[in-house]
Design a protein around this ligand. Structure first.
Ligand code: SAM
Length: 334
Protein backbone atom coordinates (compact mmCIF):
# COMPACT_ATOMS: atom_id res chain seq x y z
CA UNK A 1 0.00 0.00 0.00
CA UNK A 2 1.31 3.48 -0.84
CA UNK A 3 1.96 5.52 2.32
CA UNK A 4 0.83 9.15 2.18
CA UNK A 5 3.45 11.36 3.79
CA UNK A 6 2.55 13.94 6.43
CA UNK A 7 3.55 16.68 3.94
CA UNK A 8 1.22 15.33 1.23
CA UNK A 9 -1.64 14.93 3.69
CA UNK A 10 -1.28 18.47 5.04
CA UNK A 11 -0.80 19.93 1.55
CA UNK A 12 -4.01 18.22 0.36
CA UNK A 13 -5.96 19.71 3.28
CA UNK A 14 -4.55 23.21 2.68
CA UNK A 15 -5.16 22.89 -1.07
CA UNK A 16 -8.76 21.62 -0.76
CA UNK A 17 -9.74 24.21 1.86
CA UNK A 18 -8.00 27.07 0.00
CA UNK A 19 -9.96 26.15 -3.13
CA UNK A 20 -13.27 26.29 -1.20
CA UNK A 21 -12.29 29.64 0.39
CA UNK A 22 -11.12 31.07 -2.93
CA UNK A 23 -14.60 30.44 -4.41
CA UNK A 24 -16.46 31.67 -1.34
CA UNK A 25 -14.39 34.82 -0.82
CA UNK A 26 -13.72 35.56 -4.52
CA UNK A 27 -10.06 36.05 -3.72
CA UNK A 28 -6.83 34.68 -5.20
CA UNK A 29 -5.68 31.17 -4.34
CA UNK A 30 -2.64 32.64 -2.49
CA UNK A 31 -4.89 34.81 -0.31
CA UNK A 32 -7.02 31.74 0.38
CA UNK A 33 -3.90 29.77 1.41
CA UNK A 34 -3.16 32.48 3.99
CA UNK A 35 -6.81 32.36 5.19
CA UNK A 36 -6.82 28.60 5.67
CA UNK A 37 -3.36 28.74 7.31
CA UNK A 38 -4.70 31.25 9.82
CA UNK A 39 -7.70 28.96 10.47
CA UNK A 40 -5.39 26.02 11.13
CA UNK A 41 -3.30 28.11 13.51
CA UNK A 42 -6.29 29.53 15.38
CA UNK A 43 -8.04 26.14 15.28
CA UNK A 44 -11.30 27.67 14.08
CA UNK A 45 -12.98 28.91 10.89
CA UNK A 46 -12.54 32.67 10.91
CA UNK A 47 -14.51 33.47 7.72
CA UNK A 48 -18.00 34.11 9.09
CA UNK A 49 -19.45 35.16 5.74
CA UNK A 50 -19.11 31.76 4.04
CA UNK A 51 -22.00 29.28 3.66
CA UNK A 52 -22.73 26.64 6.32
CA UNK A 53 -22.11 23.91 3.75
CA UNK A 54 -18.58 25.26 2.99
CA UNK A 55 -17.89 25.58 6.72
CA UNK A 56 -18.80 21.91 7.19
CA UNK A 57 -16.63 20.83 4.24
CA UNK A 58 -13.67 22.81 5.57
CA UNK A 59 -14.20 21.50 9.10
CA UNK A 60 -14.21 17.94 7.79
CA UNK A 61 -10.93 18.55 5.92
CA UNK A 62 -9.28 19.92 9.08
CA UNK A 63 -10.10 16.71 10.96
CA UNK A 64 -7.67 14.88 8.62
CA UNK A 65 -4.61 16.61 10.12
CA UNK A 66 -3.08 17.02 13.55
CA UNK A 67 -0.52 19.82 13.44
CA UNK A 68 0.81 18.81 16.85
CA UNK A 69 2.09 15.59 15.29
CA UNK A 70 3.87 17.32 12.38
CA UNK A 71 7.44 18.66 12.52
CA UNK A 72 8.17 22.30 11.65
CA UNK A 73 9.84 21.12 8.41
CA UNK A 74 6.75 19.06 7.40
CA UNK A 75 4.47 22.05 8.04
CA UNK A 76 6.82 24.41 6.18
CA UNK A 77 6.99 22.14 3.14
CA UNK A 78 3.23 21.56 2.90
CA UNK A 79 2.33 25.23 3.37
CA UNK A 80 5.03 26.43 1.00
CA UNK A 81 3.92 23.98 -1.70
CA UNK A 82 0.47 25.55 -1.56
CA UNK A 83 1.96 29.08 -1.52
CA UNK A 84 4.10 28.15 -4.53
CA UNK A 85 0.99 26.98 -6.40
CA UNK A 86 -0.62 30.35 -5.59
CA UNK A 87 2.42 32.34 -6.65
CA UNK A 88 2.60 30.58 -10.03
CA UNK A 89 -0.74 32.27 -10.85
CA UNK A 90 0.53 35.79 -10.65
CA UNK A 91 4.02 36.39 -9.37
CA UNK A 92 6.67 38.59 -10.92
CA UNK A 93 10.07 36.91 -11.31
CA UNK A 94 11.57 39.05 -8.53
CA UNK A 95 9.03 37.84 -5.98
CA UNK A 96 9.66 34.14 -6.51
CA UNK A 97 10.03 31.95 -3.48
CA UNK A 98 13.56 30.68 -2.79
CA UNK A 99 13.64 27.00 -3.87
CA UNK A 100 13.75 24.41 -1.09
CA UNK A 101 17.08 22.84 -2.00
CA UNK A 102 18.78 26.26 -2.09
CA UNK A 103 17.23 27.28 1.25
CA UNK A 104 18.38 24.03 2.86
CA UNK A 105 21.90 24.59 1.52
CA UNK A 106 21.97 28.17 2.89
CA UNK A 107 20.78 26.76 6.24
CA UNK A 108 23.69 24.32 6.16
CA UNK A 109 26.16 27.15 5.41
CA UNK A 110 24.76 29.26 8.26
CA UNK A 111 25.20 26.30 10.63
CA UNK A 112 28.82 25.86 9.49
CA UNK A 113 29.72 29.55 9.87
CA UNK A 114 28.09 29.73 13.32
CA UNK A 115 29.49 26.44 14.63
CA UNK A 116 30.17 26.74 18.36
CA UNK A 117 27.88 29.79 18.78
CA UNK A 118 25.17 29.47 21.45
CA UNK A 119 22.78 31.56 19.42
CA UNK A 120 22.45 34.54 17.09
CA UNK A 121 20.14 37.21 15.73
CA UNK A 122 19.21 37.00 12.05
CA UNK A 123 17.23 39.03 9.54
CA UNK A 124 16.06 38.76 5.97
CA UNK A 125 15.34 42.18 4.38
CA UNK A 126 13.49 40.55 1.43
CA UNK A 127 11.74 37.82 3.40
CA UNK A 128 8.90 37.12 0.91
CA UNK A 129 7.05 33.99 2.08
CA UNK A 130 9.84 33.32 4.65
CA UNK A 131 10.65 30.01 2.99
CA UNK A 132 14.36 30.80 3.08
CA UNK A 133 14.31 32.25 6.60
CA UNK A 134 12.26 29.47 8.22
CA UNK A 135 14.30 26.77 6.46
CA UNK A 136 17.44 28.33 7.93
CA UNK A 137 15.77 28.35 11.37
CA UNK A 138 14.73 24.69 11.00
CA UNK A 139 18.32 23.78 10.12
CA UNK A 140 19.69 25.54 13.21
CA UNK A 141 17.24 24.41 15.88
CA UNK A 142 19.92 23.70 18.47
CA UNK A 143 20.70 27.44 18.71
CA UNK A 144 18.86 30.29 20.41
CA UNK A 145 17.77 32.50 17.54
CA UNK A 146 16.09 35.88 17.38
CA UNK A 147 14.67 36.36 13.88
CA UNK A 148 13.30 39.27 11.85
CA UNK A 149 11.83 39.49 8.36
CA UNK A 150 10.97 42.50 6.23
CA UNK A 151 9.13 42.75 2.93
CA UNK A 152 7.37 45.47 0.98
CA UNK A 153 4.62 43.10 -0.24
CA UNK A 154 1.79 42.93 2.31
CA UNK A 155 0.31 39.65 1.04
CA UNK A 156 3.70 37.88 1.15
CA UNK A 157 4.26 39.16 4.71
CA UNK A 158 0.87 37.69 5.64
CA UNK A 159 1.80 34.35 4.05
CA UNK A 160 5.15 34.55 5.90
CA UNK A 161 3.81 35.25 9.38
CA UNK A 162 1.18 32.53 9.11
CA UNK A 163 3.90 30.10 8.02
CA UNK A 164 6.04 31.16 11.01
CA UNK A 165 3.06 30.73 13.38
CA UNK A 166 2.26 27.27 12.05
CA UNK A 167 5.91 26.23 12.44
CA UNK A 168 5.96 27.82 15.93
CA UNK A 169 8.80 30.20 15.10
CA UNK A 170 8.78 33.52 16.82
CA UNK A 171 9.78 35.91 14.03
CA UNK A 172 9.12 39.65 14.02
CA UNK A 173 7.85 40.83 10.65
CA UNK A 174 7.81 44.35 9.24
CA UNK A 175 5.88 45.34 6.14
CA UNK A 176 7.99 48.12 4.67
CA UNK A 177 10.48 49.11 2.00
CA UNK A 178 13.78 47.68 3.30
CA UNK A 179 15.73 50.47 1.66
CA UNK A 180 14.18 52.99 4.03
CA UNK A 181 15.39 53.26 7.65
CA UNK A 182 14.70 49.98 9.48
CA UNK A 183 13.26 49.43 12.96
CA UNK A 184 15.83 46.80 13.93
CA UNK A 185 19.14 46.77 15.79
CA UNK A 186 22.22 45.42 13.96
CA UNK A 187 22.08 41.61 13.63
CA UNK A 188 24.68 38.82 13.66
CA UNK A 189 23.46 37.13 10.47
CA UNK A 190 21.68 38.21 7.29
CA UNK A 191 20.19 35.77 4.78
CA UNK A 192 18.47 37.09 1.70
CA UNK A 193 17.45 36.16 -1.82
CA UNK A 194 17.83 39.68 -3.17
CA UNK A 195 15.36 41.30 -5.55
CA UNK A 196 17.36 41.97 -8.70
CA UNK A 197 16.84 45.04 -10.84
CA UNK A 198 16.41 48.79 -10.60
CA UNK A 199 15.11 50.59 -7.50
CA UNK A 200 12.55 53.16 -8.68
CA UNK A 201 12.98 55.60 -5.76
CA UNK A 202 15.93 57.80 -6.85
CA UNK A 203 15.49 60.21 -3.93
CA UNK A 204 15.64 57.36 -1.41
CA UNK A 205 18.59 55.81 -3.24
CA UNK A 206 20.58 59.05 -3.01
CA UNK A 207 21.43 58.40 0.65
CA UNK A 208 23.32 55.22 -0.30
CA UNK A 209 27.00 55.16 -1.24
CA UNK A 210 26.14 52.70 -4.02
CA UNK A 211 23.53 54.89 -5.72
CA UNK A 212 23.82 55.40 -9.46
CA UNK A 213 25.22 58.77 -10.48
CA UNK A 214 22.55 58.93 -13.18
CA UNK A 215 19.16 57.20 -13.43
CA UNK A 216 17.95 54.35 -11.26
CA UNK A 217 20.27 52.42 -8.92
CA UNK A 218 20.50 48.65 -8.68
CA UNK A 219 18.19 47.47 -5.87
CA UNK A 220 20.40 44.45 -5.15
CA UNK A 221 23.45 46.70 -4.61
CA UNK A 222 21.49 48.97 -2.26
CA UNK A 223 20.24 45.86 -0.40
CA UNK A 224 23.85 44.75 0.17
CA UNK A 225 24.76 48.20 1.53
CA UNK A 226 21.65 48.39 3.72
CA UNK A 227 22.19 44.87 5.08
CA UNK A 228 25.80 45.66 6.01
CA UNK A 229 24.58 48.77 7.82
CA UNK A 230 22.30 46.62 10.01
CA UNK A 231 24.90 43.89 10.71
CA UNK A 232 27.15 43.73 13.77
CA UNK A 233 30.95 43.88 13.28
CA UNK A 234 32.10 40.38 12.37
CA UNK A 235 28.56 39.29 11.39
CA UNK A 236 28.02 37.11 8.32
CA UNK A 237 25.78 37.86 5.33
CA UNK A 238 24.52 35.21 2.91
CA UNK A 239 23.00 36.63 -0.26
CA UNK A 240 21.53 35.02 -3.33
CA UNK A 241 22.89 37.27 -6.07
CA UNK A 242 22.85 37.19 -9.86
CA UNK A 243 25.91 35.47 -11.36
CA UNK A 244 26.65 38.71 -13.21
CA UNK A 245 27.08 40.69 -9.95
CA UNK A 246 30.71 41.56 -10.65
CA UNK A 247 30.48 42.01 -14.39
CA UNK A 248 27.37 44.18 -14.70
CA UNK A 249 26.95 47.95 -14.85
CA UNK A 250 27.93 49.61 -11.49
CA UNK A 251 30.17 46.62 -10.54
CA UNK A 252 33.14 48.97 -10.48
CA UNK A 253 31.51 50.90 -7.58
CA UNK A 254 30.52 47.72 -5.75
CA UNK A 255 34.06 46.29 -5.63
CA UNK A 256 35.74 49.13 -3.65
CA UNK A 257 32.67 49.47 -1.41
CA UNK A 258 32.89 45.80 -0.43
CA UNK A 259 36.65 46.04 0.09
CA UNK A 260 36.13 48.91 2.53
CA UNK A 261 33.29 47.38 4.59
CA UNK A 262 33.55 43.59 4.35
CA UNK A 263 35.68 40.57 3.63
CA UNK A 264 34.56 38.08 1.02
CA UNK A 265 34.21 34.60 2.49
CA UNK A 266 32.86 32.78 -0.50
CA UNK A 267 30.94 32.57 -3.76
CA UNK A 268 29.07 29.37 -4.55
CA UNK A 269 27.41 29.10 -7.93
CA UNK A 270 24.06 27.32 -7.98
CA UNK A 271 23.33 24.75 -10.70
CA UNK A 272 22.08 26.41 -13.89
CA UNK A 273 19.31 23.80 -14.17
CA UNK A 274 17.52 25.53 -11.26
CA UNK A 275 16.82 28.61 -13.37
CA UNK A 276 14.57 29.27 -16.34
CA UNK A 277 17.42 30.88 -18.24
CA UNK A 278 21.13 31.46 -17.75
CA UNK A 279 20.66 35.21 -17.25
CA UNK A 280 18.50 34.54 -14.17
CA UNK A 281 21.07 32.15 -12.62
CA UNK A 282 22.29 32.95 -9.11
CA UNK A 283 25.12 32.31 -6.69
CA UNK A 284 25.38 32.33 -2.91
CA UNK A 285 27.62 35.24 -1.97
CA UNK A 286 29.02 35.10 1.57
CA UNK A 287 30.61 38.16 3.16
CA UNK A 288 31.61 39.15 6.67
CA UNK A 289 31.31 42.68 7.99
CA UNK A 290 34.68 44.12 8.97
CA UNK A 291 35.53 44.39 12.65
CA UNK A 292 38.58 44.37 14.95
CA UNK A 293 38.70 40.56 15.14
CA UNK A 294 37.90 39.91 11.49
CA UNK A 295 40.55 38.37 9.24
CA UNK A 296 40.04 37.69 5.55
CA UNK A 297 40.20 33.98 4.68
CA UNK A 298 43.47 32.88 3.13
CA UNK A 299 41.43 31.73 0.21
CA UNK A 300 37.74 32.44 -0.37
CA UNK A 301 35.41 29.44 -0.59
CA UNK A 302 34.70 29.07 -4.30
CA UNK A 303 32.57 26.26 -5.68
CA UNK A 304 30.14 25.34 -8.42
CA UNK A 305 27.28 23.30 -7.03
CA UNK A 306 26.21 20.26 -9.05
CA UNK A 307 22.52 19.38 -9.45
CA UNK A 308 21.17 18.78 -5.95
CA UNK A 309 19.88 15.38 -7.12
CA UNK A 310 23.46 14.24 -7.92
CA UNK A 311 24.25 12.80 -4.51
CA UNK A 312 27.81 11.66 -5.27
CA UNK A 313 28.81 15.11 -6.54
CA UNK A 314 27.01 16.82 -3.62
CA UNK A 315 28.92 14.65 -1.13
CA UNK A 316 32.14 15.78 -2.85
CA UNK A 317 31.18 19.46 -2.49
CA UNK A 318 30.22 19.06 1.17
CA UNK A 319 33.64 17.48 1.79
CA UNK A 320 35.32 20.37 -0.06
CA UNK A 321 33.45 22.85 2.17
CA UNK A 322 34.31 20.90 5.35
CA UNK A 323 37.98 20.87 4.32
CA UNK A 324 37.86 24.61 3.66
CA UNK A 325 36.50 25.25 7.17
CA UNK A 326 39.17 23.03 8.75
CA UNK A 327 41.92 24.78 6.77
CA UNK A 328 40.67 28.30 7.53
CA UNK A 329 40.25 27.57 11.26
CA UNK A 330 43.82 26.31 11.28
CA UNK A 331 45.00 29.56 9.65
CA UNK A 332 43.08 31.70 12.16
CA UNK A 333 44.57 29.79 15.13
CA UNK A 334 48.14 30.10 13.85
N1 SAM B 1 13.39 34.39 0.18
C1 SAM B 1 12.02 34.70 -0.19
C2 SAM B 1 11.16 33.46 0.02
O1 SAM B 1 11.67 32.41 0.41
O2 SAM B 1 9.94 33.56 -0.23
C3 SAM B 1 11.92 35.19 -1.61
C4 SAM B 1 12.53 36.50 -1.86
S1 SAM B 1 12.10 37.17 -3.43
C5 SAM B 1 13.34 36.58 -4.48
C6 SAM B 1 12.50 38.87 -3.22
C7 SAM B 1 11.57 39.62 -2.31
O3 SAM B 1 11.99 40.97 -2.21
C8 SAM B 1 10.10 39.67 -2.74
O4 SAM B 1 9.31 39.07 -1.76
C9 SAM B 1 9.79 41.17 -2.85
O5 SAM B 1 8.48 41.50 -2.41
C10 SAM B 1 10.85 41.76 -1.95
N2 SAM B 1 11.21 43.18 -2.21
C11 SAM B 1 11.47 43.76 -3.40
N3 SAM B 1 11.79 45.05 -3.22
C12 SAM B 1 11.74 45.28 -1.88
C13 SAM B 1 11.98 46.42 -1.06
N4 SAM B 1 12.36 47.59 -1.59
N5 SAM B 1 11.85 46.30 0.28
C14 SAM B 1 11.47 45.11 0.84
N6 SAM B 1 11.22 44.00 0.11
C15 SAM B 1 11.36 44.09 -1.23
Amino acid sequence: MVQISAVEKLFTVIDNTATILQDELSCTYLEAVAETGENLFQNTILQEEISELSKKRIQKEYTHVNLGQCSAEEIRKAYQLAALKGMREATQPNHEMTPDAVSIFVGYLVSKFTEGWKGFSIFDPAVGTANLLTTVLNQNQSKEIEAYGIDVDDLLIKVAYISANLQQHSIQFYNQDSLEPLYIEPMDIVVSDLPVGYYPNDIGAASFELHAKEGHSYAHHLFIEQSLKYTTAGGYLFFLVPNHLFTSEFAKELNPFLKEHAVIQGMIQLPLSLFKNEKAAKSIFIIQKKGPEVKAPKQALLANLPKFSNQTAMTGIIKQIDDWFKQEKLEINQ
